[in-house]
Design a protein around this ligand. Structure first.
Ligand code: SAM
Ligand code: SF4
Length: 348
């Protein structure tokens, strides 16, 4: 039966003609693309970047906004619906609101989000919101200025706090605060964060520290695990109740305190990997496609974009990249190999 008669949208028809959605060999459908817009950053979190001697990608190697937009338009017919902009620090990329505008306007894209360290957010929150951005995650691992300076090797705590406030004023809702969960750091402040979530209404999400640091200093013993977080918060404040998961592929397990005030999310990438329901893939700032944060291979989309490849050729490369995705990250096995690219150069 012709596809129009079955009521398919244009995107669905092209997906059908180009072989259907992006499915890997384990049946996982990929509709969520994370795009890194730069590997540069204005702070130096120890779990991500080295303290010094960072060589950033030359400007000419970064995908232009036109190239990013072409790529997104190409993958929408393959079922991509959600995009998140990240980095490095995405707000150091000049004119980011212009990219947001272009992506929000693409028919078929339902959701464009941003993950930022918040340092430049006070200056840009208004323009980002006006460009159509609604979902924002701000990273903040501590509520103490001195600890912030130790973690990030920069004294920018006040600017991040101002950035969060600006995001609230402008109307972003919800605002999620991402804290990397590190033993010896997070455990000291977990109860403060619980009260912070209750007082501010911001969603606080703890992400277990993963082996993606440039210093290669990750050890399992340095992860403060999700189960410990729940226990500590439940004992010190009050029990946490799980929130119904509307999106089964969302990495965070969400909880709310028993009285309904204060939302906590846990991203237990190490202790409870969620690879089986993963729907994500990533485009690095220099145009390499990765089917997993931990993948050891990449597909050179930039070479195709700049080498005159047709849309179909690029789609075929995307399909092959997704098809080759491994079953899981294997952090908890002796087989695990840390990728050469640290987090800031992949796009978290
Ligand atoms: N610069 C932005 C920021 O920090 O929000 C965006 C990029 S950053 C790489 C994206 C997220 O990855 C942040 O929430 C950050 O805390 C997290 N992250 C970085 N390195 C990590 C690691 N080794 N383990 C777990 N999360 C990490
Ligand atoms: Fe920069 Fe984000 Fe990495 Fe921190 S986590 S160094 S803010 S890219």
């Amino acid at each position: 039966m012709p596809s129009e008669r079955r009521g398919l949208t244009v995107s669905e028809r092209v997906a059908e003609e180009t072989g259907g959605p992006l499915v890997d060999s384990f049946g996982r459908v990929h509709d969520n693309l994370r795009i890194s817009v730069t590997d540069r950053c204005n702070i130096r979190c120890f779990y991500c970047m080295p303290a010094g001697n960072v060589t950033f990608m030359p400007r000419a190697e970064l995908l232009s906004f036109e190239e990013i937009e072409r790529f997104v338009r190409l993958v929408v017919p393959l079922g991509v619906r959600k995009i998140r902009l990240t980095g490095g620090e995405p707000l150091v990329r000049r004119d980011l609101p212009r990219l947001v505008e272009r992506l929000v306007a693409i028919d078929g894209i339902r959701d464009v989000g941003l993950t930022t360290n918040g340092v430049l957010l006070a200056e840009q929150a208004h323009d980002l919101f006006a460009a159509g951005l609604r979902r924002i995650n701000i990273s903040l691992d501590t509520l103490r200025r001195d600890v912030f300076a130790r973690i990030t090797r920069r004294d920018e705590f006040d600017r991040v706090v101002a950035g969060i406030e600006a995001a609230r004023q402008v109307g972003f809702d919800p605002i999620k605060i991402n804290a990397v969960s590190i033993r010896g750091v997070t455990d000291e402040e977990i109860v403060d964060f619980g009260h912070f979530a209750r007082r501010t209404g911001l969603h606080v999400r703890f992400i277990e520290f993963m082996p993606l640091d440039a210093d290669n200093a990750w050890e399992r013993a340095k992860v403060f695990f999700a189960a410990e977080i729940i226990q500590r918060l439940s004992e010190a404040i009050m029990p946490l109740v799980p929130v119904h998961r509307s999106d089964p592929s969302a990495p965070a397990t969400e909880y709310v305190f028993e009285d309904g005030v204060g939302r906590i999310g846990l991203i237990a990438s190490v202790s409870q990997p969620f690879c089986a329901s993963c729907n994500r893939f990533r485009l690095t700032a220099d145009g390499k496609l990765r089917n997993c944060l931990f993948s050891l291979e990449e597909t050179d989309i930039r070479a195709l974009l700049r080498g005159g490849a047709t849309d179909d050729e690029i789609r075929a490369a995307v399909r092959a990249c997704i098809a080759a995705k491994r079953e899981g990250h294997e952090i908890n096995t002796a087989r695990f190999i840390q990728p050469e690219r640290p987090m800031y150069s992949i796009g978290g």
